[in-house]
Write a protein that binds this ligand. Structure first.
Ligand code: FAD
Length: 296
């Protein structure tokens, strides 16, 4: 039985020959052989096992707002969590499936007068991506509200529950970057607050984002802050604001963002990132670490 027959048999949705430029928020990348969309945990686990059996490699994606693929595409299996979007509430706890968009989770909590972290409102992408990268903004990150989750360990396809304190959260980092773990669902703890007050917090975050971030296609901040290193400041001081390669450019509005001016290839983006890294290393002796992920 071939791979798609197997997926059909298990009623798991998929799309073949998908341009990754249509799924990555930076709108670049070649054709992916297949993207699989499990709509429950059982199908998710099955999809992982099937990918392991049929492909040399596979990649989990959520919103693809921090991930881009090469111009020649991706020949492994891609599993997208976006159809796993349940959100439930129990007192101060919100339980969400990995593919639930972060802002939808915050809105759902608000509708129940629970404030999670309004600072995170507006961060694109899903809970899974947010946990893996410990996504954050304006002094808060997901680790401040994430209490525990159910994970699939892809080494042996076992399920394991891991609490926040064991997830090695650090700035834009978590255990998920070093271990083969897929978040299936997670629990977040908030506090009671009137709906209007939560909305005020959301509005502040939206305004701050609008004022500081470009509207062109991007992956957010391309480079990670590290102690004492603010990449946007170094890039700006190096005179790289606005510098471009092909259709990829350093944003005029926020020097930490690489934007797609409409025609960027993934190579343009990667080459521009490398150029920035080289200039900053020569000028400051600092090696910038990438926050955005180039999937190979
Ligand atoms: C305009 C813009 C603004 C942004 N602003 C911010 C910001 O303020 N703060 C911030 O931190 N980030 C920001 N980002 C980056 C990005 O939105 C976040 O990193 C986000 O959390 C990524 O979520 P995602 O679902 O899109 O992840 P994806 O890009 O789909 O995946 C990111 C990584 O997580 C892994 N992953 C996805 N789902 C799972 C899962 N269920 N289990 C295990 N691993 C998984 C993927 O394999 C990949 O390695 C911004 C991006 C854009 C485009």
């Amino acid at each position: 039985m071939n791979f798609t027959e197997l997926l059909d048999l298990h009623k798991i949705s998929y799309k073949e020959n998908v341009s990754t430029s249509k799924i990555s928020s930076i709108r670049a990348g070649g054709v992916a052989k297949i993207i699989i969309y499990p709509d429950n945990f059982e199908k998710m686990i099955y999809a992982v096992k099937a990918c392991q059996a049929y492909f040399d490699k596979f990649k989990i994606i959520g919103g693809c707002t921090n991930t881009f693929f090469r111009d020649f595409g991706y020949c492994g299996g891609i599993i997208c969590t976006r159809r796993l979007f349940d959100v439930k509430i129990d007192g101060l706890y919100v339980t969400a499936s990995a593919g639930a968009p972060l802002s939808s989770i915050l809105r759902f909590a608000r509708d129940n007068e629970i404030e999670l972290a309004s600072e995170l409102f507006g961060i694109p992408g899903t809970l899974g991506g947010a946990v893996r990268n410990n996504a954050g903004a304006f002094g808060k990150d997901i680790s401040n509200v994430f209490t525990d989750g159910i994970f699939l360990n892809t080494d042996d396809c076992s399920l394991t529950s891991i609490s926040s304190e064991n997830l090695r959260f650090a700035y834009r980092e978590s255990l998920l970057q070093s271990e083969n773990l897929i978040l299936l669902s997670g629990r977040l703890k908030g506090k009671f607050l009137p709906r209007d007050e939560i909305n005020e917090g959301f509005k502040k975050s939206v305004v701050k984002r609008r004022e500081s971030q470009p509207s062109e296609a991007s992956l957010g901040s391309f480079f990670k802050r590290t102690p004492g290193v603010i990449p946007a400041k170094l890039i700006d001081e190096a005179g790289l604001r606005g510098v471009s390669i092909g259709g990829a450019a350093v944003s005029q509005k926020h020097a930490g963002f690489i934007v797609n001016n409409g025609s960027a290839t993934s190579s343009d983006i990667d080459n521009l990132a490398s150029k920035i890294e080289n200039v900053i290393f020569e000028k400051n002796g600092i090696r910038l670490a990438r926050e955005a992920e180039y999937v190979i």
